[in-house]
Design a protein around this ligand. Structure first.
Ligand code: PLP
Ligand code: COI
Length: 342
């Protein structure tokens, strides 16, 4: 374990760093135990465990932030608890009571408090709750024993570009999720399949893939780990919830901020990738817990490139970034009651 004093909180990326304490709870014989806080570390698992063989696993992503006056905050943790249970249900795993989930998250954060990057570093303590089928199986069906774990990692920006525009490649080769599948659940399986496409896109100089819908290869879905937004005809558009995109908590919050606080008309609709190549589309960005608000400098499809706003973050992107991160660090009044203090 790296001691907090040996971490340069000002140059963190999004990489694993071990912290002190994790939470672990077990679901056995139809009920959850009370869980315990233990030193972060390895554990034993059967080679026949359901998660290793058939991918019965889900996760969440949250951040604890340090505010200017030293408080520690969480952003809408009840929404993560809700989505965790939605994902658990979809993967045939037991739910975990929301209040207990939030309580365990808060305690893990508190235990690892020294690893929270300082306010002026812009970093965060990333919180990773996971739930998986722990017990052994052979046929394709659910495990009978499950583990829930929560660990933390100090992080900086997800994209090394930071608040600079990233270049995305629109893929007509790979898709991320199909109707009736698991796209809107935060299951680990959705991520494994995006690693090869992402690696190939990176080798061609792109930060990530922008995925299209699996039926028509026409409508924008999302980036591998973030939701998509674009200003089109003066309105802020984002792909509608079709069951194939991960329904981001940041996405939902941005729709509220843009419409209620910035007076921008918002639309949740099908967005053809062709619209991004038209001059009516003036800026684009992606959003997520890890990605925060990341401006999109360009999109590229089979060699055809569209650069937004000369590659610079657009005006709306900047305003939403300032507002969202301001609220998250309590520099701006939290009029929606989104923030929870630890
Ligand atoms: N889409 C995907 C595939 C993600 O992994 C994430 C990250 O959680 C998001 C979107 C954004 O969701 P949220 O804003 O809740 O972090
Ligand atoms: C998050 O934003 O928390 C995510 O889940 C993205 C992650 C896959 C890095």
């Amino acid at each position: 374990m790296v001691e907090p004093k040996d971490i340069d909180f000002y140059s963190l990326g999004f990489n694993f760093i071990e912290t002190k304490t994790m939470f672990i709870a077990t679901h056995k014989d139809g009920k959850w135990d009370s869980g315990q806080f233990v030193p972060f570390g390895n554990f034993e698992i059967s080679p026949a465990s359901c998660v290793l063989n058939y991918g019965q696993g889900i996760f969440e992503g949250m951040k604890a932030l340090r505010t200017k006056n030293g408080d520690i905050t969480l952003f809408r943790p009840e929404e993560n608890a809700k989505r965790f249970n939605f994902s658990a249900k979809r993967m045939l795993m037991p739910e975990y009571e929301a209040d207990k989930f939030i309580d365990a998250v808060k305690k893990v954060v508190k235990e690892n408090e020294e690893y929270i990057p300082p306010y002026d570093s812009g970093g965060a303590l990333y919180i990773r709750p996971i739930l998986f089928g722990f017990g052994p199986i052979l046929g394709v069906h659910s495990a009978e024993e499950f583990k829930l774990m929560i660990f933390t990692v100090p992080v900086g920006p997800y994209f090394p570009e930071g608040f600079k525009g990233i270049n995305l490649e629109i893929s007509k080769v790979y898709t991320r999720a199909a109707p009736g599948g698991t796209g809107s659940a935060k299951t680990i399986c959705n991520y494994a399949g995006t690693m090869l496409p992402a690696k190939e896109a990176k080798a061609r100089g792109f930060a990530q893939i922008l995925f299209l819908d699996a039926v028509h290869l026409e409508h924008i879905e999302e980036v591998g780990a973030a939701n998509f937004f674009a200003m089109i005809n003066g309105k802020l558009a984002t792909p509608r919830k079709t069951g194939t995109i991960l329904e981001g908590i940041t996405r939902e919050s941005i729709l509220d901020l843009a419409s209620k606080q910035l007076g921008i008309e918002v639309e949740e609709r099908d967005i053809s990738y062709k619209e991004l190549f038209d001059n009516s589309c003036t800026e684009a960005f992606c959003s997520g817990t890890a990605a925060v608000i990341t401006p999109i400098a360009s999109v590229n499809l089979e060699g055809e490139e569209r650069i937004f706003n000369d590659g610079e973050p657009g005006e709306v992107t900047k305003r939403i970034y300032e507002l969202l991160t301001g609220i998250q660090r309590l520099d701006i009044e939290d009029i929606y009651g989104w923030m929870t203090k630890v």
